[in-house]
Design a protein around this ligand. Structure first.
Ligand SMILES: [Zn+2]
Ligand SMILES: [Zn+2]
Ligand SMILES: [Zn+2]
Ligand SMILES: [Zn+2]
Length: 338
């Protein structure tokens, strides 16, 4: 990895991100374009960290690369390469948020955006808040690669608070819709990202539901379970993940209690599957035909088995080559030794 170029790419990315937060008030269109550039540069930096040739379109030539004489991949291709070549894909929700930003950026740059004035500013603020949330999560997940930029992440966080301010207007505009849902007895949860009480809850299956914020667009799973002492219902969401809960009856509910309350798996089957989404070991239970992680509330009807360590994994993605490359929990056989 060329650390000097990596450093320059990151510096440039954070400059764009900070500038975008400054521009949201006076030049929202520029803000969205700058923000999209920042996202794209971070994705490129992640690829570059793996190998310089991954950010080159066409035939990679190291001499030309060093001089900056090459066409580089766009954000869409960078996301594809992260998944298909590096084997470290961004979560599908993050990809959806980034694609939305790219789509809106393209309409601003190449055509025109259907929204104008305050409406455009609100839409841009929404895109940027959700995009930054996922980008920040990725920068953390990609530790220690981006550790040298922790201060820049913190500064961007502060700058993005200004962008968040414009979400209050979005909240005002969706209030009537939320009120009519409440009248139909739909629960409206507080969104852990934008903090507005603006996320209608929809049931998925058994104890699993999903809440989707009408203000910032964040969609997260929720898991409900009963207090082992008094039977009253509690929930936690996949964004905050499980935290011990003090029930009103006085009972302290641990993750082990949640496991006991939900797990219907056969004890003779041995170890519980791991979760590839939150990388927790043994946190996946079997309940009413569904595998559910009691740490991050992700779920699926199936789990995949690692060909090397034989452990089962929820959200295992593609474990086709796991004999060599391993899973989230093992390194596999490896390809270099023989
Ligand atoms: Zn929200
Ligand atoms: Zn209780
Ligand atoms: Zn999990
Ligand atoms: Zn494994």
């Amino acid at each position: 990895m060329d650390s000097e170029i990596f450093h320059k790419l990151c510096e440039s990315a954070f400059d764009f991100l900070r500038r975008s937060a400054k521009e949201i008030e006076s030049e929202p269109k520029h803000a969205l374009v700058s923000f999209a550039a920042g996202v794209e540069l971070i994705l490129k930096a992640r690829l570059l960290h793996e190998h310089w040739s991954l950010i080159v379109v066409g035939k990679p030539d190291q001499k030309k690369f060093k001089k900056g004489d090459f066409n580089s991949v766009g954000a869409g291709d960078a996301l594809d390469r992260l998944e298909l070549i590096v084997g470290d894909p961004a979560p599908k929700e993050a990809i959806a948020a980034f694609n939305q930003i790219i789509k809106h950026r393209n309409s601003v740059v190449h055509f025109f955006h259907e929204l104008e004035g305050d409406k455009f500013r609100q839409a841009a603020a929404r895109d940027m808040c959700l995009g930054w949330m996922y980008l920040r999560a990725l920068l953390t997940a990609w530790a220690p690669k981006f550790d040298a930029f922790k201060d820049r992440v913190r500064l961007t966080d502060t700058a993005m608070k200004k962008v968040k301010g414009f979400l209050a207007a979005v909240f005002e505009s969706v209030k009537p819709e939320l009120d009519s849902l409440r009248k139909k007895s739909v629960e409206i949860a507080i969104c852990p990202s934008c903090s507005f009480e603006a996320a209608p809850v929809a049931s998925v299956s058994g104890p699993i539901s999903v809440q989707t914020c009408k203000v910032c667009g964040l969609s997260i799973n929720r898991l409900s379970f009963e207090c082992p002492e008094c039977g009253s219902e509690h929930t936690f969401n996949g964004w905050d993940q499980f935290q011990p809960i003090q029930c009103e009856c006085g009972e302290a509910i641990s993750q082990e209690d949640v496991k006991k309350a939900l797990d219907e798996s056969d004890p003779s089957e041995g170890q519980h599957p791991n979760c590839g989404n939150c990388t927790s070991a043994g946190t996946v239970v079997w309940h009413e035909g569904m595998y559910i992680c009691i740490e991050c509330a992700s779920y699926s009807e199936t789990v995949a088995q690692c060909e090397w360590c034989s452990e089962y994994q929820l959200n295992g993605g593609d474990l086709e080559f796991s004999y060599f490359s391993g899973c989230e929990f093992c390194d596999g056989r490896g390809v270099d030794d023989d």
